[in-house]
Design a protein around this ligand. Structure first.
Ligand code: ARG
Length: 466
C-alpha cells in the first residue's frame, strides 16, 4: 500500500514508501538513542546559522526552545517515536516543525549525512568516556581482591601446566595492565572521533556562507588548546566509518581480555583448581543436579566476546565494498556499534561484581604452590650462580627431576649424594632453592613478582585508580 508522498523529500515523489518499505527502512527503533546528540548538533548548527546571519536570533532561540522541550519529553519517555518518519533525525525535525515555524530553516546547509556522522562522533566520545570509567571500576574491584590477599601464592601456568610460583596479586595485576591498555585504546578512539563533520553536507558542502569552526567549537570538537577541529574533506567525512571500526575493535579487544580473565576464574572455581569461590549472586545452579554451582557470569563473558568480534567483522564487511560516498548500507553501522557498547559495558560491570564477591581459598592455593618442582628453574639458577653454564644447569636439574620421579620422592627430598651424582656443582645448600619466601624475594627486577616489586605495583595502581 503506497502512502502519501513523504514530507521530507516529497517534492519529486507521487507516492510515499510502502508499509513494508517503511518497516524495512526505519532506523528509529535503534537510533533514537542518538537523540541527545542529535539535539546538541541541531542547537550548535542553528546557533551557527544565526551567527552568520542565515537565520535570525529570534528564530535560533525558538529552535533552541523547541529542541529543549523535545529533549525533555524524550527523557521523560513521553515523546512519540514514529517509524514512518524513518530515523531519529526526521522524528525530531518533524516534531520541531509542528511546534516552531522556524524549524523549517534548521536543515539549511545540512544533510542527514553530515548530521548522522556528527551524532555518532559525539556519541563515540561519550561512549568511550563511559567505558573507560567502567574499566576503572573493574580495575578497582580487582585491586581490592589483590589487596585482601597480598600473601597468597599460586602456581603460574604455561601450557596450562604448573610453571612457577607467583603471588596471586601479580596475576591480578596482569589483568590491570590488560584493562589499562583497553582504556588507552578507548582514549585513542575518542580522539579520532574528535573532528566535526558538520558543513560537509550530503557530499560537497554548501554554497551558503557557514562557519564550520563555530559549530565545531560549540560542540566541543576542539584540540587540547581549544582550537576547533573540523574534518578536511567533505566526501571522506560522509563516507568514513573508521571510528566505528576502531570502536568495535577496542570493544572486541576488551572482550578478548575479559574472556581470558573469565576463563581463569572458571578454571580456578573448578574442584580441580579450587583457588577461588565466586559469589552466589553471579553464579547459577543446575535444574537437574542439586550440587551444581556454575560460573555462568564468566561463561557469558567468554561467549559475549565472540559477539563483540562478530560486530567488528560486520562493520569491516559493511564498509569494504562501498563506493564513495554515503550509501544507505551505512545505516546498518549502528546496531553492531551500539551492541558492542552495551555488551562491553555489561561485561565490565559483571566482571567488577564477580570480583567484588570473590573469595580466595588460601589453603588450596598454598597446597597447589607447595610442589617443589615449581622451583626447578630456581635450582638451575643456583647452579648458574655456582658457575655452571645455563644449558648444562638446565640438563643437570632435569636429570634430578627424573631421579626424584624414579625414586618416587619430591624433588627436595633427594639426598646431597643423589644430586651430586648428577652434577658435582650441587653443594649442601642446594636444597635452600626450595625456600619459597627466598625464591620470591629473588625475583626483584621490575615487572617481577617479588614482595618488594609487588608493593611498588600496589602503590602505582592505588595512585592510578584513586
Ligand atoms: N538514518 C540514516 C543513517 O543512519 C541517516 C542518513 C540518511 N541519509 C540518506 N541520504 N538517506 O544512515
Amino acid at each position: 500500500m503506497a502512502k502519501q508522498a513523504q514530507a521530507t523529500w516529497g517534492g519529486r515523489f507521487s507516492a510515499g514508501p510502502a508499509g513494508l518499505m517503511q518497516r524495512f527502512s526505519e532506523s528509529v527503533s535503534f537510533d533514537h538513542r542518538l537523540a541527545p546528540f542529535d539535539i546538541a548538533g541541531s542547537k550548535a548548527h542553528s546557533a551557527m546559522l544565526a551567527h552568520v546571519g542565515l537565520i535570525s536570533k529570534q528564530e535560533r532561540d525558538a529552535i533552541h526552545g523547541g529542541l529543549d522541550a523535545i529533549l525533555a519529553e524524550i527523557n521523560a519517555g513521553k515523546f512519540k517515536w514514529r517509524t514512518e518518519l524513518e530515523d531519529v533525525h526526521m522524528n525530531i525535525e518533524q516534531a520541531l516543525t509542528q511546534r516552531v515555524p522556524a524549524a523549517a530553516k534548521l536543515h539549511t546547509a545540512r544533510s542527514r549525512n553530515d548530521q548522522v556522522a556528527t551524532d555518532m562522533r559525539l556519541w563515540f566520545k561519550a561512549a568511550c568516556a563511559e567505558l573507560s570509567a567502567k574499566i576503572a571500576d573493574a580495575q578497582r574491584a580487582i585491586l581490592a581482591i589483590a589487596a585482601k590477599n597480598q600473601t597468597v601464592l599460586i602456581p603460574g601456568y604455561t601450557h596450562l601446566q604448573r610453571a612457577q610460583p607467583v603471588f596471586l596479586a601479580h596475576h591480578l595485576f596482569a589483568y590491570l595492565e590488560m584493562l589499562q591498555r583497553d582504556a588507552g585504546r578507548f582514549a585513542v578512539v575518542a580522539d579520532h572521533a574528535n573532528w566535526c563533520p558538520l558543513g560537509s553536507g550530503a557530499i560537497a558542502g554548501t554554497t551558503l556562507p557557514i562557519d564550520r569552526e563555530f559549530t565545531a567549537k560549540t560542540l566541543g570538537f576542539v584540540d587540547a588548546k581549544g582550537r576547533p577541529r573540523v574534518t578536511q574533506n567533505s566526501m571522506d567525512t560522509v563516507a568514513d566509518r573508521d571510528v566505528f571500526i576502531e570502536f568495535a575493535a577496542a570493544c572486541a579487544t576488551t572482550g578478548v581480555h575479559l574472556s581470558r580473565m573469565a576463563e581463569d576464574l572458571i578454571l580456578w572455581m573448578s574442584s580441580e583448581f579450587g583457588f577461588v569461590d565466586l559469589p552466589d549472586t553471579f553464579c547459577t545452579g543446575s535444574s537437574l543436579m542439586p550440587q551444581k554451582k556454575n560460573p555462568d557470569s564468566m561463561e557469558l563473558i567468554r561467549g559475549k566476546s565472540a559477539r563483540l568480534q562478530g560486530n567488528l567483522h560486520t562493520l569491516l564487511t559493511l564498509a569494504k565494498g562501498l563506493p564513495l560516498t554515503y550509501n544507505r548500507d551505512l545505516q546498518e553501522d549502528k546496531p553492531p556499534v551500539f551492541d558492542s557498547h552495551d555488551q562491553t559495558a555489561l561485561c565490565l560491570d559483571v566482571l567488577a561484581g564477580t570480583f567484588a564477591g570473590m573469595q580466595v581459598k588460601a589453603a588450596r592455593c598454598a597446597a597447589a604452590v607447595s610442589d617443589p618442582a615449581l622451583l626447578a628453574t630456581d635450582l638451575a639458577d643456583y647452579l648458574v650462580r655456582q658457575g655452571v653454564p645455563f644449558r648444562t644447569a638446565h640438563h643437570a636439574v632435569g636429570a634430578v627431576v627424573k631421579l626424584a620421579e624414579q625414586k618416587g620422592v619430591a624433588l627436595n627430598q633427594l639426598s646431597l649424594s643423589d644430586v651430586q651424582s648428577v652434577h658435582p656443582a650441587y653443594q649442601a645448600d642446594w636444597v635452600e632453592s626450595f625456600d619459597l619466601a627466598k625464591a620470591m624475594a629473588r625475583r626483584a627486577g621490575t615487572g617481577m613478582p617479588s614482595p618488594a616489586q609487588l608493593r611498588r605495583q600496589f602503590a602505582r595502581w592505588q595512585k592510578q585508580l584513586a
